[in-house]
Design a binder for this molecule. Sequence first.
Ligand code: AMP
Ligand code: MG
Length: 495
Amino acid sequence: MTNRTHSPHSNPIAMQRYTSLPDDMYVALAPTRSESPTMLTVNTGLIEEYGLSVEWFESADALGFLSGNHDYDGASPIAMAYSGHQFGHFSPLLGDGRAHMLGQLETADGKWVDVQLKGSGRTPFSRGGDGRATLGAVIREYLISEAMAGLGIPTTRTLALVTTGESIMRDYQMVPGAIQVRTAESHLRVGSFQYAYSKLGKDGVKALADFAIEQHFPEIKGRDDKYPAFLEAVSLRQADLISQWMLVGFIHGVMNTDNAAIVGESIDFGPCAFMDDFKANKVFSSIDRDSRYAWKQQASIGYWNLQRLAETLLPLFDDDTDNAVKTAETQIGAFIPRFQLAFQEGLKRKLGIASDSDAADAFVDNVLPVLEDEHIDFTLFFDALTSVAEGGSEDTLLRYFDNAEKGKDWLKKWRQFSDRDQATLTAMRNANPALIARNHQVEKAIDDATERNDFTLFHRLSNALKTPYVVSDKNVDLQEAPLPEQCVLRTFCGT
Ligand code: AMP
Ligand code: MG
């Protein structure tokens, strides 16, 4: 790929768009210096996809720039302010407590993406925190965001990981500190609008909405109803995103409004995980005691978050509150049918069912309860079913059922409803990854890296997760479900 915008001799950041927002929306400040940084990994694939210079990312200049050891002359790093409902409770001032937005770079296809350092030191929003991130947390975010990208799900990405050379205290232990170089179409969150609304009122929300529309939804810019159209567009993107998460068994874990990006990208991967055996009410996060963010809750939480966004936009809709509320309800109402359709159609693709009938729909509706009753691994099941559809043996699939007779009955019914034409088979394969970022493998990669300075599994996983739909003999061990003793039941923030 040609290197259009980025000279190998300088950093690729070419602008800082957020400084056109009202002053209260951000604080200008540079990252904190790191003691003795090293470049842990550069994401060659992403750097090339963006049309940037791998040579620069591997240079001493890049290490300085991405670790805080740089004077940032000519650059405008900022920390952004936002609010957020955390587990349902409103925090008026969160903000980037350990992140610095360096600015934006232009990708090979002419898009501008944010480049943010996460783990780059304290800011006015740090409260009691140390402004740092653990090596474990940035490895998790790297692997999960690469997995998302490989699966074709909108996500923030990681250009590079840097270790700071400093140890930080977490849970009474000293662990290595690290910085994630994150890219995103946007870092605006539902919580950004909540902050604009509570701090600046209608004018602040208007400035932020105009900015978001201009940058990310230009197609609605000229419309008379651009603010309602904006709410609808955000709602549809959230519906698409959450349905895609659920169709690969992903549980975000902390769907607070400050972790909901208005452009519909997956962002802020904390104690998230892909589930192994299917349980609709599955939760991994150690801090989600009420199962608020369980797998099956994610759509209704997405809708709840949109309600919080809608509340901030009401003054832009109509001076009459009743009318404004009606408009808001109509716009976020679009979420529900969009989600339901995307999820149902997705499930049908996973099952290789193309035809429409009430009986087929009833069969589709019943598949997840069967998986749950039979304690079947979500990913392995659909992968094995795809093999059967492609003409392979039924044995593997049948072995997954606790009750073999039930398995045979289920397959018999599935044969009645499923379609075997090439288009359906291709769609089925592309809906059923052979490989997900298995939680026990991610945890092992983190332990190996953190405790033994061994990055072999991290590199293997990041490579394999690029092509999750390709069945490969090389990755059989990464595809397997955990043995009972390998199961990771709880995932800790460890941020
Ligand atoms: P998160 O759970 O990563 O989405 O973060 C929630 C809030 O806590 C955000 O405002 C973060 O900036 C802040 N935060 C998380 N970890 C730290 C830390 N180590 N130091 C300062 N602020 C933090
Ligand atoms: Mg967050």
